[in-house]
Design a protein around this ligand. Structure first.
Ligand SMILES: [Zn+2]
Length: 429
């Protein structure tokens, strides 16, 4: 309990302290038994990082120790770049999704989102892509900005606002009484002109990227996954062009062909979920560096928490299908980033996704790359984070033991630094 009290105190201080940038640059040397260079795959032993202000100055087995430096010895731990989760929902929590978006006010959901952001950061996730507020409009822009200003603790965020859907699409309150005119959990657009207009509105409200629901709902039929596509390839291409006009990219929720292939040919940045990709789609993704973002942790949670045996069976069938397809995607060299879809399951528990990537066929090193370096690339932050290198933000986490030997240790992060500020250091936990 003492650890938790100290943690809460530290959080309270972090919440009330002025923005880190306003403080004089402090110098810190982090020392631990190991440090993983995710680019080369080499494990340095010991590992040290010299931090000045919000950036990394040097990395090695023995860095310079300036006289003013505070040295933090983390003992038998491995230093890693802060984790990157490319698919989160800060505005969702466990429980019926439609009910929470219907019953809870946007102010209430925003307060919950700030708590979710804190939980994710303390679990080691120092950068995240929020894949839609699901009916809370552009509130994610305010959460992102509050974190950047140092008002509240949380990961660096890329946000898309409300995401985009079609009439009668995946997020359009399906199954509700039509006479109640329940609002969809994403902004509808039913033509190229509407799509462009909605993108412009979301950019105006602070979106860093655009999220489009491209398939849904999913069902298994004769051992194959089926999901209707939502936008035509032409519409998606127009969306990609409009987003690019202001330097932004498009991400799609897309589970099955032909929707996944249409999105890839239109030039999206990532295909999220990606349960089913044709050989041609996989080849294009490899050639163009388009990421698949498998989301295993959320499916596992849905299976474990299904309300009926039939629902559990339905999720299990999709999971088994997804795992088989994922192995094909790995063999085909499809770029993969880590994305957990956390929100429907508890924030702060999503390091489980690393473990599942390894269980389903990735090497521990590649899984760690997917959740650091490659995630940074997808979030357009590859120069600033995702590896421990001079010039990068000092986003550093530590785990007990060696994650290349046992990936599960990533679920036991006990040191978190973001931008040179220490948010967690409780090795006794
Ligand atoms: Zn999602």
């Amino acid at each position: 309990m003492r650890g938790w009290r100290a943690l809460l105190l530290a959080l309270a201080l972090a919440a009330t302290a002025p923005a880190p940038a306003a403080e004089p640059a402090t110098t810190i040397v982090l020392h631990a038994a190991r440090l993983l260079d995710v680019d080369s795959g080499r494990m340095l032993a010991p590992g040290e990082v010299l931090v000045r202000g919000e950036r990394i100055v040097a990395v090695g087995t023995a860095v310079e120790r300036p006289r003013e430096a505070r040295v933090i010895d983390l003992g038998d731990r491995t230093l890693l770049p802060g984790f990157v989760d490319a698919h989160v929902h800060l505005f969702l929590h466990p429980g019926a999704e439609d009910a929470q978006t219907f019953d809870e006010s946007v102010p209430e959901r925003t307060i919950r989102a700030t708590l979710a952001a804190r939980a994710d950061l303390l679990a080691g996730f120092t950068a995240e892509r929020d894949m839609g507020t699901e009916g809370a409009g552009s509130a994610a822009s305010a959460v992102r900005d509050a974190i950047d200003r140092g008002w509240i603790p949380g990961p660096r965020l890329r946000v898309c606002g409300n995401a985009i859907d079609i009439l009668g699409g995946h997020e359009d309150a399906l199954g509700r009484n039509p006479e109640q005119h329940a609002l969809p959990n994403a902004t509808p657009a039913d033509s190229t002109a509407e799509l462009v207009r909605v993108i412009r509105a979301q950019v105006k409200e602070g979106a860093d990227f655009i999220k489009i629901y491209q398939t849904g709902k999913d069902r298994m039929q004769h051992g194959e996954l089926r999901a209707p596509y939502q936008f035509s390839e032409e519409e998606l291409r127009a969306a990609v062009v409009e987003a690019a006009r202001t330097g932004r990219r498009v991400a799609v929720h897309a589970t099955a062909e032909p929707g996944t292939g249409m999105a890839v040919r239109a030039g999206v940045a990532s295909v999220d979920h990606a349960y089913q990709l044709s050989d041609d789609t996989m080849r294009r993704m490899r050639e163009r560096g388009i990421f698949a973002v498998p989301t295993f942790a959320v499916l596992e949670y849905f299976i474990d928490h299904a309300t009926t045996p039939e629902a559990a069976e339905r999720y299990r069938a999709i999971q088994q299908y997804h795992v088989a397809q994922f192995r094909r995607q790995l063999a085909a060299g499809v770029p993969i980033t880590l994305g957990s879809d956390v929100g429907p399951f508890p924030h702060g528990s999503q390091a489980r996704e690393f473990v599942l990537l390894v269980e389903h066929g990735m090497t521990p090193l590649d899984a760690l790359r997917a959740g650091t370096r490659d995630g940074a690339r997808l979030l357009d932050w590859e120069r600033d984070l995702g590896h421990l290198a001079p010039g990068c933000y000092a986003d550093v986490v530590a785990v007990p033991g060696n994650p290349l030997e046992d990936i599960r240790v990533v679920q036991r992060v006990d040191f978190v630094m973001k931008g040179g500020v220490i948010y967690r250091n409780d090795p006794s936990s």
